[in-house]
Write a protein that binds this ligand. Structure first.
Ligand code: ATP
Length: 148
């Protein structure tokens, strides 16, 4: 028994396959979604999304968005999403550094850029967490699916 998972951004389809389980960074906590999950619409926070399929695990950096669950289909409409092995960690470091420097310099009173810069830092942090973990662990590991 599998569930379809589509991860899409405004730019591209990041992932679209039948999977065994999706573990998503819901705004109220981590959500584990198996086939036949009850319908759900929720917001995603910045975090790691895991796909389990055939004893393998794939990891994605998610920069917020919306998650829709139907019994046979999970749709992630992400503001940003990258699969672990496509993450350029040097680029993420540089983006975090730029954003932190902007904060250090201080924003003019009344500037509406604070949230934007804070989000850039959160996006970079998630990319670094997911990208660095991937480099340390090598190819997606085999996992025990508990007989599923
Ligand atoms: P940066 O400041 O590094 O550009 P960003 O979050 O502003 O980061 P965007 O310019 O909005 O990135 O993203 C353009 C495209 O590049 C998107 O498809 C995004 O998924 C991808 N992307 C951004 N940063 C990285 C990264 N570190 N590694 C791989 N892809 C990335």
């Amino acid at each position: 028994m599998t569930i379809r998972c589509d991860i899409v951004t405004q730019e591209r389809i990041v992932f679209s396959e039948e999977v065994d389980m999706v573990v998503a960074p819901g705004v109220d906590g981590v959500l584990g979604i198996l086939p036949h999950h009850s319908p759900l619409l929720t917001t995603l926070q910045f975090g790691e999304l895991l796909i389990r399929k055939g004893g393998q695990e794939q990891s994605f950096a998610i920069g917020g968005g919306i998650l829709e669950v139907r019994p046979d289909h999970v749709t992630v409409l992400a503001d940003a999403a990258e699969q672990a092995d496509e993450i350029d960690t040097a680029r993420a470091e540089a983006a975090r550094h730029r954003a932190e420097e902007l904060l250090k310099q201080g924003l003019p009173p009344g500037s509406d850029r604070f949230a934007e810069i804070e989000n850039a830092i959160k996006r970079s942090n998630v990319r670094l967490k997911v990208g660095v973990k991937r480099r340390r662990s090598g190819p997606p590991p085999s996992i025990n699916m508990g007989g599923n």
